[in-house]
Design a protein around this ligand. Structure first.
Ligand SMILES: Nc1nc2c(ncn2[C@@H]2O[C@H](COP(=O)(O)OP(=O)(O)OP(=O)(O)O)[C@@H](O)[C@H]2O)c(=O)[nH]1
Length: 420
């Protein structure tokens, strides 16, 4: 029967519509940050990853090359400390490169948080270098933290959380180190530079505030774009479900849930053509409920409807093969189209159908048999170019008429079926 398929389609449609409504609510939220429910958050991270992966990865490589290239400064100004500073630079760059390559290959959504950790480590390494250097040159290393902060602004532009965590971690380490070491100036220039440190921290803070604002705006745009794309995808799914449902409705009988006459006529033409191509047998059973007007008149139309549904279910149960079609032809008349089935097999099946309906034990007070029964007309032919599907239908109808004339509750095989 077609009805259950339609109801599962309705459930899917409802779930798609619920998601569209949820997305609409999200879209109209005024808050600067747009968090998603967990499954969508995962999908969003994946989407962001795919969109920016290549461009961000190139930027990371540039950052690593720049960081490593400053080994020359360690070599020239590092004095006794130069070797370990270069070693730290090289090892950190190598570790970050391997990690970035791995996460890129995995298409992992952790690339952004890992980038934040990597940038924070680079920043901390520069703070560590400043603690080891002697003389005024160490203040050039202090300034070196600013390009790192700018890289954080660029690479973490779509993730406020990662940007803030990374930036505040670097600033925190810097302030803590400055306070803990309590550096002393050895000349007037150093004293002037040390007195400028609060200003430096203030500039840095301004940079972080600016970066946070940019990241919030960029992330919001990126999330809204994701919501919009998802809504479009779901809308396309909704349209497709609606078209499928409409199609199902157009080929289904509303009362019984089996195929309707329209669908039967289409399938009859298809099966007729197929049988003609392969020279196969095609059989048609026309089934009519006996004395149904009297049934309705005595038990009422609702009981008549219920009886028709039960009969349809029995008929449907005998259609086992994919080429078989069970349809309501109209009123209390049904048809079974049996592909690749010769006359004897069709006759046997028709007899089974008749008995199955009797076995329903539906009481029919106005019938002389006392139980609801059907008459069946059977027409079969081995299809060639000499005849038409309409002729097969006519023959089945004539056989049904004969079954009615002979007293109902019986099966009649069309004469033409035997001679074929
Ligand atoms: N309850 C109900 N009755 C229907 C439906 N479609 C057709 N009928 C009734 O089926 C009856 C068919 O009556 P007839 O064509 O006179 O045939 P019959 O009484 O079955 O007599 P025979 O076919 O000669 O045995 C009519 O009373 C229709 O109203 C339906 O969907 N529901």
């Amino acid at each position: 029967m077609l009805a259950p398929a339609t109801s599962s389609g309705t459930n899917t449609l409802r779930s798609v519509e619920q998601q569209i409504n949820q997305l609409q609510t999200l879209r109209h939220r005024r808050r600067p940050f747009l968090p998603f429910p967990t499954p969508w958050e995962q999908a969003y991270l994946q989407h962001r990853q795919q969109r920016f992966l290549e461009v961000d990865f190139a930027m990371m490589l540039i950052g690593m090359v720049l960081y490593l290239s400053f080994a020359w400064a360690d070599w020239v100004f590092g004095g006794d400390q130069s070797m370990w500073m270069i070693a730290v630079r090289a090892m950190l760059t190598l570790a970050l490169l391997l990690l970035a390559l791995h996460l890129r290959q995995q298409q992992s959504a952790r690339l952004i948080p890992m980038t934040a950790i990597g940038i924070a480590l680079v920043g901390c390494s520069i703070v560590a270098f400043t603690t080891q250097l002697e003389g005024s040159i160490r203040f050039a290393y202090h300034i070196g933290i600013i390009p790192v902060q700018v890289f954080a602004m660029v690479l973490l532009r779509n993730s406020v959380r990662s940007f803030l965590t990374c930036s505040l971690a670097m600033l925190g380490v810097y302030i803590f180190t400055a306070w803990w070491l309590d550096e002393q100036a050895s000349n007037a220039v150093e004293a002037a530079l040390l007195s400028l440190r609060p200003l430096f921290i203030l500039f840095w803070l301004l940079l972080i505030i600016l970066g946070t604002y940019l990241a919030l705006a960029m992330e919001r745009v990126s999330r809204l774009e994701f919501v919009q794309n998802r809504a479009l995808e779901l809308e396309a799914q909704r349209q497709q479900h609606l078209v499928e449902q409409l199609h199902q409705l157009s080929i289904t009988d509303g009362l019984t849930g089996i195929a309707n006459r329209r669908q039967f006529e289409l399938r009859l033409q298809e099966e007729w053509q197929r049988a003609r191509r392969y020279g196969q047998w095609l059989s048609l059973l026309m089934i009519d409920v006996d004395d149904f007007k009297a049934f309705n008149d005595t038990l009422g139309h609702p009981s008549g409807d219920a009886a028709l549904r039960q009969v349809a279910a029995q008929l449907h149960s005998v259609c086992q093969r994919s080429g078989d079609v069970c349809a309501r032809y109209g009123g209390e008349e049904f048809v079974l189209l049996l592909a690749d089935t010769p006359a004897e097999a069709a006759h046997a099946l028709a007899e089974r159908v008749r008995q199955l309906v009797l076995a329903l034990d539906i009481c029919h007070p106005a019938s002389k048999r006392a139980w609801l029964s059907v008459s069946v007309g059977v027409a079969s032919r081995q299809v060639d170019g000499s005849d038409s599907a309409a002729a097969l239908l006519r023959q089945a109808d004539q056989a049904l008429y004969q079954a009615k004339r002979q007293g109902r509750n019986q099966v009649c095989l069309a004469a033409s079926s035997v001679s074929s």
